[in-house]
Design a protein around this ligand. Sequence first.
Ligand code: NAD
Ligand code: ZN
Length: 364
Amino acid sequence: MSNSEKEIIKVFTGKSHYDINIGRNISQKAFEEILENYNDFKIAIITDSNVERVYSDFLQKLEKNDRVFTLSFKAGEESKNRKTKEILEDNLFELGFGRDTLIIALGGGVTGDLAGFIAATYMRGVPFIQIPTTLLSQVDSSIGGKVGIDHPTGKNLLGAFYPPSKVYIDIDFLKTLPNEEIINGIAEIIKAAIIQDGQLFNYLESKIERVINLEKGYIEKAIISSLKVKARVVEKDEKEAGLRKILNFGHTIGHSIEILSNFDIPHGRAVGIGMAVETLISEKIGILKLEEKERILALLKKSKLLDKSFKLSADEIIRKTALDKKSRKGVVEYSLIEGIGEAVYGINVEDKIVKKSLSEIGFL
Ligand code: NAD
Ligand code: ZN
């Protein structure tokens, strides 16, 4: 993809399809297109406090149009809950939003999940557009149609399948993103490579530094390749009856770590650690070759995903995995790997193997 070009990926859902537009500096144009396509709609841009601050000039310009309103909430995973949903819904009613409402999620995965779930239930569902602004949301959460919020019992326990009408990915948003958030997104890119795209994995092995530095051409290639992996998987299994479960590689352990750390360890980083543990599990149960295990661990290390020290106990992590919504009758089903680019799902693993794998990564 050259500089001025933009790439379009189509995602087919059960009934129809939606487009993902990807490019640099496309958000101005995206809004012009939205205003035209939804010319008799009232538009609510839902965003978080950080994005609202960093992009205040951009938002103020948009709000000059009397059909456009910005609604924001305090940034962070702690806001992805019923309380915030309620406040934002009250705001929508107070502003007189009716059935002719378009909701735009402008922000990271927290914003997309929350705004999408509001769109799914407001007046029994109003159209919804994703404009993801973090690397993680650009490569993962903005597509696939899963929206929802957390409950103290666990993550994403209240939600819906509600595909967006369109997704605009403006790579320039990443310029203002803190480095830690880039590392978070890298985890999901590596996941896409490990589960479905061996060629992308080879590419990342030699180019990961350039991708992390957001170098032109390299970041585009990484984003587009991982989007394609996710798009092709969710098309085959929109509602997660089977194949889609492979996207959970690294997430069984990852979610437990995320929750037990009280979200101090953010999603991407937790998934990075989870992938390391689940790679060891795959090798220990005899489905993954030693050499491939080493390559995966090396890439995770090179991406700085295994840098920090961990203070959580292995037993606690294991106990938490049983509460994950993906477990059946308390028996955890892991998505693991048989090779780089080849994932499998629905695997039961003995606790002692999980524990040994956790301890090798550094959990006591
Ligand atoms: P996030 O939305 O909290 O964003 C991370 C931080 O970056 C926030 O502080 C945010 O304010 C800030 N930020 C966002 N864009 C910015 C920009 N352009 N410049 C500067 N700062 C910016 O977190 P995230 O990592 O994007 O998403 C994580 C969430 O996504 C989790 O809740 C996870 O469960 C969810 N998720 C959902 C799916 C799905 O399929 N629905 C998939 C993966 C993850
Ligand atoms: Zn994830």
